[in-house]
Ligand binder design. Structure first.
Ligand code: SAM
Length: 288
């Protein structure tokens, strides 16, 4: 039975194994059973599903996931947590724990371990690498149905924001391109041990079957988006021309922007996803 989601039981496990939390790995363990239920319910997990959990910690949410999913693959970077996970997950034969850095794992190869079942990602993410993890999951092209994750509230805002705001960036555009975001719950700091200094939010990203825009080359679209936001202060034409590897000149970008009815001095942060997609398609036609 899932029994770790409380201050008392979590503290006991930490004490038993003399485990010292590592700030560098963003370790803030969930100690609130209500929130754990809410996350698992929002992820709509059934026995048909394979769940990928990133950062199981001491296995608190893993136990809840194991009780509802057919299979759980949990990827944990901290070696020191592995003996604890072997203990707390010993009665769940449907869980596989891998001691790896999620940013270095071959995600499509990992997905093959699911026996062909599409993957649902569920995690209380380490906040120091939330954006790279979400981008990597989407861009990996693993068969992914949804991502239900605890993130810093500020990141949840960034996922939903549009052009012209300071939070608008590559993450906002990736989320809009791949999935429909929904806020599941706001989570106070008191639900974690230790308490984080920021507010947290659970979001659910349900992957679109087909992206809302027609990009001729998805990798190039995201290379253009990344280059635009890497050089936020520059005009888009300068930013893209200076970015190594895109193979476009300032003149080509200016020409494409004018054809789209935009000023050639426009900045990337004012373009919508549709405009980025059109721009990248035009640049490809020009030979980029
Ligand atoms: N799931 C647990 C819970 O909810 O109580 C722990 C969540 S804690 C916020 C984040 C977890 O991610 C920690 O266990 C941490 O060690 C792990 N982690 C951090 N960086 C990681 C990485 N690059 N790859 C895999 N796991 C990572």
């Amino acid at each position: 039975m899932a029994d770790l989601g409380s201050y008392t039981n979590t503290s006991e496990i930490l004490k038993k194994y003399q485990f010292r939390m590592q700030k560098k790995y963003g370790q803030n363990f969930l100690i609130d059973a209500n929130i754990l239920h809410k996350i698992v319910e929002a992820a709509q997990i059934t026995r048909e599903d394979c769940v990928l959990e990133i950062g199981p910690g001491i296995g608190t949410m893993t136990q809840y996931l194991a009780e509802t999913a057919g299979q759980v693959i949990a990827v944990e970077i901290d070696r020191g947590l592995i003996p604890i996970l072997q203990d707390t997950l010993s009665s769940y034969p449907n869980v596989t724990v891998l001691c790896e850095d999620i940013l270095k794992v071959d995600l499509p190869a990992l997905a093959e371990q699911s026996g062909g079942r599409p993957i649902k990602v569920v995690a209380n993410l380490p906040y120091y690498i939330t954006t790279p993890i979400i981008m990597a999951l989407f861009e990996s092209h693993m068969p992914l149905l949804s991502i239900t994750v605890m993130v810093q509230s500020e990141v949840a805002e960034r996922m939903q924001t549009g052009p012209g705001t300071k939070d608008y960036g590559a993450l906002s555009l990736a989320v809009q391109y791949y999935a429909k975001p929904e806020i599941v719950a706001r989570v106070p700091a008191s639900c974690f041990l230790p308490r984080p200094n920021v507010d947290s939010t659970v979001v659910r990203l349900v992957r679109y079957e087909k992206p809302p825009v027609d990009a001729a080359d998805e990798a190039f679209l995201f290379a253009v988006i990344r280059a635009s936001f890497n050089q936020r202060r520059k005009t888009l034409a300068n930013g893209l021309a200076n970015a190594g590897g895109l193979g476009v000149t300032r003149g080509q970008v200016e020409e494409a922007l004018e054809e789209m009815g935009l000023s050639k001095t426009v900045r990337g942060e004012t373009l919508t996803l549709k405009q980025f997609s059109e721009l990248s398609n035009r640049l490809l036609e020009m030979g980029a």
